[in-house]
Ligand binder design. Sequence first.
Ligand code: MG
Length: 288
Amino acid sequence: MDYSGKMLNTKTQRRKDTKKNIILFLIITYFVLLTQKLLSLPSKKNKMITDKVKLYNLQNDSRLNLKAVFFDMDGVLFDSMAYHAQAWVYAMQTAGVPFTPYDVYMNEGRTGADTINTAFLDTFDREATEEECREIYRLKSEKFDEIGKQTPMANVYDLLKKIKAEGLSVYVVTGSAQRSLLDNLNHYFPDIFDNDRIVSAFDVTRGKPHPEPYLKALEKAKLQPFEAAVIENAPLGVESARAAGIFTIAVNTGILEEFVLESAGANAVFPNMEKLNRKWDEFYEYVM
Ligand code: MG
């Protein structure tokens, strides 16, 4: 073979080798990605729910065995917090109290009087008089009735139906003092709620963040803390539920940062109801 023939052979060989290497590289990349996908997906999923339950079990020396789910109302069942925020800001302004929508979300769950007194202490170093309290709360309620719309939270009815079909009891635990609560709930979420499965402002002497509302729900349901889960959107609601010893799932449906709900003690935090709805089966399978 002459010199040019040798060169030609070497070139062909090199091309063949390059082709082989590329194919080998692609095969290896494919398997690496496939393995990563197979390994990482379940671990991420577990980190989301199963690990949180494991941690709860460990910390409480118990095993979460789900029999009932306690739902908060505003910001969980109804997408109503923006209207409450607007109404509160308006009413507080009339009393010269600088109160922002962020303050409203941070105080959500408190009774009206508690909210007003906390803001007065911050601003004027004193509590509000009964007269001031009544007037500010009247203005707040008036404004809310004027602007507020009852919009069910997206995806929550699907979640409620799923939970009901799993044979779990569904409770509402709210600081609301609305008289027609059950009619309203039945209108938007037919066949889910029951009169003796509601804890409202009329059932408690101390509102959230005190554990009383959630302790009352446990009492009504005749359950231990490790037999229920709470779905909340507010930091003070999370505090209340955690103080009652219940596994608490926070759904961040408002304007707060997720770490605020984590710091309040939420066992798991979801960015919206849709994500919780999607992860529910995984959670339920682990705690049934
Ligand atoms: Mg709420």
